[in-house]
Design a protein around this ligand. Sequence first.
Ligand SMILES: Cc1cc2nc3c(=O)[nH]c(=O)nc-3n(C[C@H](O)[C@H](O)[C@H](O)COP(=O)(O)OP(=O)(O)OC[C@H]3O[C@@H](n4cnc5c(N)ncnc54)[C@H](O)[C@@H]3O)c2cc1C
Length: 463
Amino acid sequence: MTPIFRTDLLIVGGTAAGTAAAAAARRAAPGARILLVDKGQDLAYSTCELPMYAGGQIANEEALVRYTPEAFAAAFGVDVWTGAEVVAFGPRDRSARLADGRSVSWQRLILAVGARAHIPDFALLGPGVFVLRTLDDARRIRDRFHSAPPAHVVVIGAGYTGLEAAAALGHDIRVSIVAPGGRLLPSGLSEPLSRVVAGRLTAGGRMTIRAARATGLDRAPDGRPLAVRTDDGEKIGCGAVIVATGIRPNTEVATSLGLRLDDIGAIRVTTAMRTNKPHVWASGDCAAIPEAITGRPRWIPLAMNAFRTGRVAGRNAVFSLAPSGGRPATLAPAVAAFAVRLAGLDLAHAGLRLEEALAAGFTAEAVDIVGASHSRTLGGQDVHVRLVFDARKGLLLGAETVGPPGSALRMNTVAALLRLGASVDDLEASDTVYHPDVSPLHDPLRVAARTAQKLLARSPVAR
Ligand SMILES: Cc1cc2nc3c(=O)[nH]c(=O)nc-3n(C[C@H](O)[C@H](O)[C@H](O)COP(=O)(O)OP(=O)(O)OC[C@H]3O[C@@H](n4cnc5c(N)ncnc54)[C@H](O)[C@@H]3O)c2cc1C
């Protein structure tokens, strides 16, 4: 019989949240036995740079790897097992079973199992059909596009992974993006701003955006893709397909633990990253965390949240074993904030989109303006801004920008204000730097805030 490995803390999943949890747990409890397991062979790498590695803009894989498993184990004094997939948990005896038959007995458990690509049945992966989620996925795409570059690739889905893959791979080959309604970055950008981005992406003629839903894939007998079929009856011939149709929390493995999940399957946690079960914490893309504007749990699968929630879970899980002085850690409610650069355009958003704000019960409205990145005499370019706000109280609820490189950093101001529960007036009153070469006297964010103020002044709803 395989012996049972005993540990104080078991962390399932490496990459971002799991490694952050392990490092924080080690700092908080120098003597604790910590085991970090990951089903992949790579433990700690920059997921966000995968598109650039797949597309060849980042030449060396070493540049992506933060720690090899051995280096991580040595740096933090933890046991690290890679190629170690947890397939089941003993609901009553605090144990975990691995795919290779090994068993682990733990006192405290952190789930940092992340998210996985959601792949429609018709698009199952095979030769020439890829997803981009892990370093292994990026290696596969890179190898294929280097050794036998297809003349035309179809990207199914226009979330940021699909768009980034399209931009990274589309330097030398034709790319078609298939997206329902032609909407780009639907989780972050409104229709008008999506159109601005579409205009830029398709301007060079190498990229096409097909406003349709992909419904099927014709394949050669050896599995290679021949054409993507769409719901408007078209067949788009191609030599490779990137499936970027969204992600889902990876929580099936934890079913037997009886954890409380939200409606998309993310684990509900407190600001201490505690689940509803004693001895179990969760962090990163598998968890739904308290959100700052609505005060409700929200799934925000982004890198910063993975690191932050990992640190909180790591400290608290070992703190509960043997309080080491100080206080347990608390996660400040999060603001969803994201930016991406595509074809020389920065796209950024923070907080709630108009639809999300309305669904959350706000009397939300939006204004759209176009300002300048800096003096137009000195080459300033359009910065498109959408501001979402509450028409009753004048509260700031969210923002989107599309503009030249560097313009996305404005979103950090918005995200900071959103966290503080600021109003449109606060944004308008914000001090912004002015230099003709850097930023205009009337920053586009403040122009948008002033436009919203005018609307609020006319609003029949008393504030
Ligand atoms: C291509 C791409 C680009 C991105 N760009 C950005 C960006 O620019 N900005 C941003 O904020 N975010 C970005 N993200 C999102 C960000 O990378 C994620 O939010 C972050 O990686 C989540 O970290 P995580 O540790 O929670 O999950 P993951 O990175 O998914 O890691 C989970 C780990 O758990 C392991 N695992 C799962 N199940 C098991 C099991 N049963 N047993 C053992 N191990 C298991 C997996 O192998 C994996 O290594 C990007 C993501 C991708 C894919």
